[in-house]
Design a protein around this ligand. Structure first.
Ligand code: ATP
Ligand code: MG
Length: 169
């Protein structure tokens, strides 16, 4: 998990008993974002970062079957939505901030909504006002297609607490 966001407190923790709960949560989050927002998706391999991002993007596209591939190999996928362009990136294969600048997406930050997998590689200042979502398999969760996840929300309360009321209950 990120050390860069340690200053920001835990805002909420949701339990998602199955994948549909995770995708519904992602869709609700999509309903409150605006241009310039950055959502940092943390969690180990297979935690569900891409699954969350796919549901979020499909909600913004208002297309529940839209093709949303994992950006693990392409590094960046972008989508035009009615709210803002969405930049979905996976930094797993990058070493750090210098590599991130080479992606050439920096200029889009103020105008787009960013979804960042493996955000521990991103430039420090990208954490400013970021909402970090930490996906985790609870210990003892049964293995299989549909597993439980806990989804923790972290960020600056003044930026996110009020808006998140529409996402979590
Ligand atoms: N409650 C759940 N929420 C999210 N994903 C779930 C859940 N239960 C099971 N899954 C499964 O877990 C897997 C998550 O894979 P996904 O590619 O989204 O992970 P990731 O965090 O993006 O991994 P990577 O670090 O490789 O990018 C999928 O196969 C998904 O079907
Ligand atoms: Mg992924």
């Amino acid at each position: 998990m990120s050390n860069n966001n340690q200053m920001a407190g835990s805002l909420h923790e949701s339990s998602c008993p199955d994948q549909m709960a995770t995708t519904a949560l992602a869709a609700r989050l999509a309903g409150i974002v605006v241009a310039g927002d950055l959502i940092a998706l943390s969690g180990g391999l297979g935690a569900g970062k891409t699954t969350f991002a796919r549901a979020f993007i499909r909600a913004l596209l208002q297309d529940s079957t839209a093709e949303v591939p994992s950006p693990t190999s392409t590094l960046v996928q972008t989508y035009e939505t009615s709210v803002a362009d969405v930049v979905h990136t996976d930094l797993y294969r990058l070493q750090g901030a210098e590599d991130v600048y080479d992606l050439g997406i920096e200029d889009d930050r103020p105008e787009a909504v960013f979804l960042v997998e493996w955000p521990d590689r991103m430039p420090d200042y990208w954490w400013h006002d970021a909402l970090e979502i930490r996906l985790k398999r609870p210990q003892g969760a049964p293995a299989g297609e549909d597993e439980a996840r806990t989804v923790g929300f972290y960020g600056a309360a003044e930026s996110w607490a009020e808006r998140l009321k529409k996402v979590v209950s």
